[in-house]
Design a protein around this ligand. Structure first.
Ligand SMILES: Cc1cc2nc3c(=O)[nH]c(=O)nc-3n(C[C@H](O)[C@H](O)[C@H](O)COP(=O)(O)OP(=O)(O)OC[C@H]3O[C@@H](n4cnc5c(N)ncnc54)[C@H](O)[C@@H]3O)c2cc1C
Length: 510
């Protein structure tokens, strides 16, 4: 039997598999497509050899995990070319107008080799013998001591634990769970950029740079093919390339079909002039990719990036099932940084022993209170473990905040498990009013538990020698503490909604 089975060979699944493989753990990575990388896709222009990122291209200076990955793999980080004047095209029949010269990409960085090189680097760390392409997950069954995966081709695999590193909406629409999971919670999270199409056009050089232009342009008229362009050239502008996002909706894109590249090239020429005639167009429609874009994403193309609910970030089935992927990230969800953050979180969760759930000796709220009392020391140990893991990975910023949130989410996950096991008399949870009282008491008990927990964290940090080198973590400033309290309160809101749903379901089943 496999130790850890990871499903989804995008950045999140690969990063987690690489870490587990480095640790010498038994891991297998199952991927639906024949290629790895998921939304990360670099194609080489056969004419110029230029690496073109047709999925993500940018990461930002405040994203330490991406910076560490690029450095560890020995790749070349280059600044996004943003200098020069920007253009705007307002009239379908007219020409472009100047639109200021402010950089528009927030100091973004690119990888000169293309982000596909990061995928290749991670895959090499995992090792081909641990990678199973062409495996489309169809079912996940909790067998008690292990989990069974069923694939669309009828094959199966068994593992001690499973990590699903694919977009939650795809899971909700295509995977069966036994026992059932609340799939509507998974379907809430939009798949970032899934309904989008990206274009690139290449030339031997970048003539717009010689004209003092940045390559950044916006197209605002209602016949726009691209609504935004940017420079995707090699660092010195040779070869040259412009990228762009399509303004057309997925249905219209499908209708234009093979005619789209020509429309893309002609819009580039309309914006940047005749010197750009004869470029080589490239195009990727992510909405047409069934292993990226769910039916719900297609119906909801304007969805924004939002933080994942705690439900997606905690262990399920007593530590046998986890969700990873950028849509589950607590920080930078939607971005590649979020994908890496989710991999780090699952790595830490797996490293922790599965929670031991003491049998409740009493029923109802007394049973829950008894468990809380027994849980106090363990909660602090969980915090210290997460903190040490982050420090040992040399993540010096916001370590307290993320380690505290990890420990609080682990606590809520276990508390849900306990509340689903403790017997509740029918009269306490059957009627709406009585159940609301129980939920309120659970909330009060959890709050006072967490207040003590956070107090212990602050006291520990103040006395910790390891944290002396990180003054903001050692003696937490007021706004930092408030940010932590905000995280805890958001996670607490989700927890109480879940407690209510759980007790309602138990009352209905009784
Ligand atoms: C056009 C575009 C531009 C973007 N630009 C940026 C950017 O500039 N910066 C940035 O940070 N982010 C950007 N993003 C987002 C970025 O690509 C994602 O955050 C990141 O790649 C997500 O990685 P992931 O591993 O979480 O998910 P994915 O990359 O989606 O990986 C999921 C994997 O699961 C596999 N899979 C799906 N279904 C199944 C199944 N049933 N069985 C088995 N395997 C399955 C998929 O094939 C895929 O390999 C962009 C995305 C797109 C599409």
């Amino acid at each position: 039997m496999i130790g850890t089975a990871i499903v989804g060979g995008g950045l999140a699944g690969l990063a987690l598999a690489a870490e587990l493989a480095d640790e010498g753990q038994e891991v297998l990575l199952f991927e639906a497509r024949e290629r790895l990388g998921g939304r990360v896709l670099t194609v080489a222009d056969p004419g110029t050899g230029l690496a073109l990122d047709m999925g993500p291209a940018w990461y930002w200076p405040d994203q330490p995990l991406m910076a560490a990955l690029v450095a560890k793999l020995g790749l070349s980080a280059v600044p996004q070319h943003d200098g020069g004047s920007n253009l705007i095209l307002r009239d379908a029949e007219g020409g472009p107008e100047p639109d200021g010269a402010d950089p528009v990409h927030g100091g973004a960085l690119r990888v000169a080799e293309g982000l596909g090189a990061a995928v290749a680097g991670l895959a090499a760390r995992v090792g081909a013998e641990r990678i199973r392409p062409g495996h489309v997950l169809a079912s996940v069954t909790d067998c008690g001591g292990h989990v069974r995966l069923g694939f669309a081709d009828g094959s199966e695999a068994e593992a001690q634990r499973v990590v699903l590193a694919l977009p939650p909406r795809l899971i909700a629409e295509t995977v069966r769970f036994e026992p059932e999971m609340p799939l509507e919670r998974l379907a809430e999270m939009p798949t970032w950029m899934a309904p989008v199409a990206k274009a690139a056009v290449t030339w031997p050089g970048a003539p717009w740079r010689a004209e003092g232009q940045s390559g950044n342009a916006t197209v605002t008229h209602d016949r726009a093919v691209l609504h935004e362009t940017f420079d995707l050239s090699a660092p010195e502008g040779v070869p040259g390339a412009l990228g762009g996002f399509l303004a057309l909706d997925p249905g219209t894109r499908a209708q234009f079909g093979a005619g789209l590249p020509m429309l893309i090239s002609s819009q580039m020429t309309q914006i940047f002039g005749k010197a750009l005639e004869g470029g080589m167009p490239f195009f990727r429609d992510w909405a047409a990719e069934p292993f990226t874009c769910s039916a719900r994403d297609l119906a909801d193309p304007a969805a924004r990036r939002s933080a994942a609910p705690a439900f997606l970030r905690r262990a399920h089935w007593q530590g046998r099932l986890y969700f990873a992927g950028t849509e589950t990230a607590g920080r930078d969800p939607g971005h590649m940084e979020g994908a890496l953050e989710s991999a780090e979180r699952v790595l830490r969760q797996i490293a922790l022993a599965p929670p031991v759930r003491p049998a409740a000796e009493e029923e109802g709220l007394m049973g829950f209170a008894g468990w809380l009392e027994a849980r106090e020391t363990a909660a602090f140990d969980v915090y210290r473990h997460h903190l040490n893991q982050r420090l040992s990975r040399q993540q010096g910023t916001m370590v307290t905040r993320f380690a505290a949130l990890d420990s609080v989410e682990a606590f809520f996950g276990e508390a849900i498990g306990v509340l689903s096991a403790v017997p509740f008399p029918e009269e306490e949870i059957g009627a709406d009013g009585a159940r609301a009282e129980v939920v309120k008491h659970v909330g009060t008990m959890a709050k006072s538990f967490l207040n003590r927990h956070l107090g212990e964290i602050l006291a520990f940090n103040r006395s910790s020698c390891a944290l002396r080198n990180f003054p903001a973590e050692h003696e937490l400033p007021v706004d930092y503490v408030q940010a932590i309290l905000g995280d805890v309160s958001r996670a607490g809101g989700g927890f109480l909604a879940e407690v209510d749903g759980l007790l309602r379901a138990r009352a209905a089943a009784a």
